[in-house]
Design a protein around this ligand. Structure first.
Ligand SMILES: N[C@@H](CCC(=O)N[C@@H](CS)C(=O)NCC(=O)O)C(=O)O
Length: 195
């Protein structure tokens, strides 16, 4: 029995929910910044981050933290081919922007205004800008034509950026076209954080 724990808004969780659309699993939706769910998360997961996975059999529960490790664990279990090194790099690039945006989102929620004169914000902004331009080029080269896990991860990032209004994507025409091309997939609409 597979149980994925997460939130409906997390782009890291959503990529796995999209990927698992045709795999039997339970999804537990936690509001990880609210007291009760946070206590449940704390009891299971010291990283205090989602997603996490539990794979329960009659005599044991295997717990896995981190979307990348969850993907690797499930790929092995479900006998999917391993990611290529190119795909691993695609995920690393996507995650670099995603991590910076998560940190800046939490700072914004904490009432801290992004000030580009401060090193922290300068570094994140450079990374996010550079990554999005780079990903736009990879899409233009055709690297995200197949609807595979890296493409699902890219979609989840771009859709989250739009949902939270985190970055102006104007001019990144290939990324925007990629988003539009995939927005009506059933597993995408079924995991839309807005609904
Ligand atoms: N490397 C982790 C990142 C997960 C992550 O940053 N999740 C966010 C939600 S989008 C989170 O749980 N943040 C809570 C926090 O930073 O306190 C993964 O790939 O699973």
């Amino acid at each position: 029995m597979l149980t994925l724990y997460g939130s409906t808004t997390s782009p890291y969780v959503r990529r796995l929910r999209i990927w698992l659309a045709n795999t039997q699993h339970d999804f537990v939706n936690w509001k990880i910044f609210e007291k009760q769910d946070r206590a449940k998360l704390m009891a299971k997961n010291p990283t205090l981050k989602v997603p996490m996975l539990e794979d329960s059999t009659a005599d044991e529960v295997q717990t896995i933290f981190d979307s990348r490790v969850i993907y690797r664990y499930l790929s092995e279990k479900l006998k999917h081919p391993a990611l290529t090194w190119q795909q691993e790099n695609q995920l690393t690039i996507i995650d670099a922007a995603n991590d910076s945006l998560v940190q800046m989102f939490i700072l914004a929620q904490s009432g801290i205004k992004a000030d580009e004169d401060l090193l922290f914000f300068k570094l994140q902004k450079e990374r996010v800008n550079g990554v999005l331009v780079y990903l736009n080029e990879l899409v233009a080269e055709g690297q995200f034509v197949n609807w595979n896990y890296p493409a699902m991860s890219l979609f989840s990032l771009i859709d989250w950026v739009e949902f939270r209004s985190l970055h102006n994507l104007k001019g990144l025409t290939d990324l925007l076209a990629f988003h539009e091309d995939n927005a009506q997939r059933i597993e995408v609409t079924a995991t839309d954080p807005r609904t």
